[in-house]
Write a protein that binds this ligand. Structure first.
Ligand SMILES: [Ca+2]
Length: 540
């Protein structure tokens, strides 16, 4: 059986501004990531997804790119990137870049050229309508709460920007634009990059007739519109097929680079709909490899809810399509905060339980930096907010996306081990007790638990690519088997979502592989057994 590396890998998302600052300017950078590669290797990470490090005016913190082939000086230079690639490969860690191809920064030279004249060769790389004194439809710039059509008096037109006016959107129906992006992808493949996470990939195509969106009752994040026409137009499939071809066919210049056919393309669908995510894989195995299904990020604390969500995801995927799961990212409040309990011990136990679930379900797990030490979210004072969405919607919602972007908590030192006395966002106040250094020293810590789980995944093939079969169980127990090649090869996973003891029935004697409440190698006798509060049990 041939298994692709990205089906077995444990991915880890780094938000570079907040990971490790190597030069004390308050902002994390590439040398900071390189410095922490040993930590990541020890955590059992196989691949990094690094949020954008390209030159950018940083109005949306790198999700507004001004040069798709460079490195923003705030993060380092080409030499720092090469060093990161070299050191990562030495440790068997692959690198996935974040390609923001729906829009550029308004400071990208392409847009400067495009907006200067209707005759400019780059003009039609973006989306324009003639100025008539009013926008052509009701599409919104979601970070500004105003129209998505921004005046450009120089040409007597308006351009489209559905995030901010500083993020003009590309016309992906233009073949020259498409080919420019494929050249950019080849450029990074040549430098050894193993794939791309594609930012709002389903938004590339818009309704060609520019029809207005119908009304929706949802204020956040939809701003009272059902986004039928401004994003997720199904013509994106044609782009995905072309991107896949480029990934599969571009030669590898460096022997250490991923070969053609080994690179991975991961969609960020625009929306929380698992069906839309599944569609990114296409039906013929010729589109993207993976797509984020965000259902776990809004899933309440219910064992059967997680089961239903996972089963729905498996059922939606096309034949041959591979699932993935994630509990957090740079756009959503952290899982430890979402699943917090008034009893601190239960919050910790729940973090261990979700980790066990993420790393034993059938599918590629994506961790978000800091999740492995249970980093949480805090409300930030308005003056500390940096995220344009948080500033625009203050004081509604959860203060935007800054709370899940605070600096990584490396140690209890005055700078939290981050590397600067005044980081760009304040440290979460619990850094003195919740940090990598403290948890490395504690075999019972969440970090040690994550390390044990990734180690177990590497040892047990069933956990990486075995089939999954859910076991019927009581309401608050999530139980499943991961099946091996032979009928007797199977690993059982029991997860008790309740904060009390629950009795379960065990068919035959089990040997514990890893447990939150039991020692590896210990036995669980057949018959009635009792699971402790929030117990995670992985056994054979
Ligand atoms: Ca720095």
């Amino acid at each position: 059986m041939r298994v692709a590396w990205w089906e077995e890998a444990v991915f880890y998302q780094i938000y570079p501004r907040s990971f490790k600052d190597s030069n004390g300017d308050g902002i994390g950078d590439l040398p900071g990531i390189t410095e922490k590669l040993d930590y990541l290797a020890e955590l059992g990470i196989d691949a990094l997804w690094i949020s954008p490090v390209f030159p950018s005016p940083m109005r949306d913190f790198g999700y507004d790119v001004a040069d798709y082939r460079g490195i923003d000086p705030i993060f380092g230079d080409a030499g720092d990137f090469a060093a990161l690639m070299r050191e990562a490969k030495k440790r068997g860690i692959k690198i996935v870049m974040d390609l923001v191809a729906n829009h550029s920064s308004d400071e990208h030279p392409w847009f400067t050229e495009a907006r200067a004249s209707r005759e400019s060769p780059k003009h039609d790389w973006y989306i324009w309508v003639p100025e008539t004194g009013a926008p052509p439809n009701n599409w919104k710039a979601v970070f500004e709460l105003g129209s998505a059509w921004h005046p450009n008096p120089g040409t007597g037109e308006r351009y489209l920007g559905t995030f901010t006016r500083h993020q003009p959107e590309f016309d992906w129906r233009n073949p020259e634009l498409r080919s420019a992006f494929y050249d950019i992808m080849k450029y990074w493949y040549d430098l050894g990059v193993d794939g791309f996470r594609l930012d709002v990939a389903t938004a590339y195509m818009k309704d060609p007739e520019l029809r207005s969106n119908p009304f929706s009752f949802r204020a956040i994040p939809d701003f009272f519109q059902k986004h039928l026409h401004d994003r997720n137009h199904r013509d994106f499939h044609a782009v995905f097929r072309e991107m896949r071809q480029v990934a599969d066919e571009s030669p590898a210049l460096d022997p250490a680079s991923s070969s053609p056919g080994e690179r991975v393309l991961i969609a960020e669908p625009y929306g929380e709909d698992a069906e839309l995510a599944a569609s990114c894989l296409g039906v013929a195995g010729d589109e993207l490899h993976l797509a984020f299904n965000f259902e776990f990020l809004k899933q309440p604390w219910e064992a059967q809810g997680f089961r239903a969500s996972a089963e729905r995801w498996y059922a939606l995927l096309p034949k041959g399509g591979w699932p993935n799961f994630t509990l957090g990212n740079h756009d959503k409040p952290r899982s430890a905060w979402r699943y917090r309990s008034r009893k601190p011990g239960i919050t910790e136990a729940r973090a261990k339980l979700t980790a066990a679930m993420l790393l034993t379900l059938k599918g590629t797990p994506f961790l978000y930096y800091g999740e492995e030490i249970g980093m949480t979210c805090q409300r930030l004072p308005k003056a500390a907010l940096r995220d344009p969405l948080g500033i625009a919607t203050w004081p509604l919602g959860f203060l935007g996306r800054d709370p899940e972007r605070t600096p990584m908590q490396w140690s209890g030192a005055s700078d939290g081990g981050f590397g600067s006395p005044s980081p760009w966002l304040p440290m979460n106040p619990d850094w003195k007790t919740r940090n990598v250094e403290a948890q490395e020293a504690d075999p019972g810590s969440l970090l040690s638990w994550y390390r044990s789980l990734t180690k177990l995944r590497r040892e047990e093939a069933e956990l990486r690519h075995g089939e999954i079969r859910f076991v019927d169980s009581e309401g608050e127990i999530l139980a499943y088997e991961r099946l091996g090649e032979r009928p007797d090869d199977k690993i059982l996973v029991y997860l008790n979502f309740s904060s009390r003891r629950i009795r379960i029935g065990i068919g035959k004697e089990l040997r514990v592989l890893l447990g939150s409440h039991r020692a590896p190698g210990s036995l669980v006798a057949a018959g009635a057994a009792e699971l402790g509060p929030c117990e995670a049990l992985i056994a054979r």
